[in-house]
Design a binder for this molecule. Structure first.
Ligand code: GLA
Length: 360
């Protein structure tokens, strides 16, 4: 490369950039319902990942750099959209970006740079924020449901985790001050304004949640097996669950069916401001996830108990897939001292979805 070309690259790098900011999410209630055509009530939070795409005209390679990771990845912009090609990319944290690159096929290489304050592997949708932020920075366009479906698919190709669509849809379409009541059988959602008198706190259990190494896929398969008998678990009524032949299947189905009912009642509580009943529903949700769905851990259980013992706390439950990660609590403002938790705790505010914050 001649020195003139070198200068041109450096110049392009500095002047041409798109910056996308994508929030994480916390699910207030409704876990393991999305891939069962059920309902959930997540909200985006004010912790985010920021992705800067700086194209270098004529380059065929994207360098992937993260402030949160020591290594740099290099991905050819012509990488095929195939599991084999994408899972060969190292380090493994960059594979979701490779999946999005393969899907979008940007015309120039350059750099993708990640920074932000959203904890990784905490069950606050750092993966969805990574995927959606990358897609927006690389110029994806479309309705939130369609962009969410594309990002979810690229994430699955890259990581092998057959996740649902709740996370991507929430971090794209969320509205400030509200949670989203999502019906996964249609992907319709409506915003549910959250009471201003309610504080939402997220506390990390200290156990990093690695979905691909977890029993997430096994749970999904069990639900699908139950659905062969009953139809989508998110759409059936409670009385048919007992017709299932197998005890494990019955318990998984009982969680999904009862959880969908709790989501609807919880959403009503948000409208009426009944935080006491909402809190009880969260506790029931946690018990159901722990006993029937078996995705809790002793650390999550004791964190829930600890939070429930604090004055002013209405409810607490594990949030997201489980197997580690975070607990979410609702409380009177200021009730929970976030400094007292060893592994990180945050007062989070219902925030708007992802956006482009700079484009030049
Ligand atoms: C993960 C998945 C979501 C959803 C939750 C559990 O966050 O990405 O699709 O299934 O677990 O509710």
């Amino acid at each position: 490369m001649s020195s003139t070309e070198e200068q041109a690259s450096v110049f392009d790098y500095g002047t041409d950039a798109t910056v996308a900011r994508c929030p994480g999410r916390v699910n207030l209630i409704g876990d393991h319902t999305d891939y069962n055509n059920g309902v959930a009530l997540p909200m985006a939070i004010d912790l985010y990942t920021e992705v800067t795409y700086s194209p270098i005209h004529g380059s065929r390679v994207i360098e992937i750099i993260s402030d949160m990771q020591p290594d740099v990845a290099k991905v050819d912009i012509d990488i095929p959209f195939s599991t084999e090609a994408i899972r060969e990319i190292d380090p493994s944290w960059s594979r979701a970006a490779a999946g999005i690159i393969a899907m979008i096929r940007p015309s120039d290489g350059g750099t993708l740079h990640y920074k932000g304050n959203l904890p990784i592997g905490a069950g606050l949708s750092s993966s969805a924020a990574f995927e959606v932020g990358t897609a927006l920075a690389l110029g994806i366009e479309g309705e939130p449901t369609s962009v969410a479906q594309h990002c979810r698919h690229a994430g699955e190709v890259a990581t092998g985790v057959p996740a649902g669509i709740m996370d991507q849809l929430t971090v794209l379409a969320a509205k400030q001050g509200s949670a989203m009541l999502i019906d996964f059988s249609t992907l319709f959602y409506r915003y549910v304004q959250l009471p201003e008198s309610m504080e939402v706190v997220v506390v990390h259990s200290g156990q990093s949640r690695v979905l691909s190494g977890s029993a997430y896929a096994a749970r999904r398969a069990e639900c699908e097996a139950a659905a062969l008998h009953l139809g989508s678990l998110g759409e059936v009524s409670y009385d048919v669950v007992n017709a299932l032949p197998d005890n494990t299947m019955r318990r998984r189905a009982r969680h999904v069916v009862s959880e969908c009912d709790r989501v609807k009642r919880f959403a009503e509580c948000m409208v009426s401001g009944d935080l006491r009943t909402a809190g009880q529903l969260m506790v029931e949700s946690h018990r159901s996830l722990a006993d029937d769905f078996e995705v809790s851990t002793p650390e999550l259980d004791s964190l829930v108990d600890e939070l429930l013992s604090i004055d002013g706390v209405y409810g607490a439950r594990l949030t997201g897939a489980g197997f580690g990660g975070c607990v979410v609590a609702i409380c009177d403002p200021g009730s929970i001292d976030t400094n007292t938790f060893q592994h990180g705790a945050w007062v989070v505010r219902p925030s708007a979805g992802a956006s482009i914050v700079l484009s030049r």
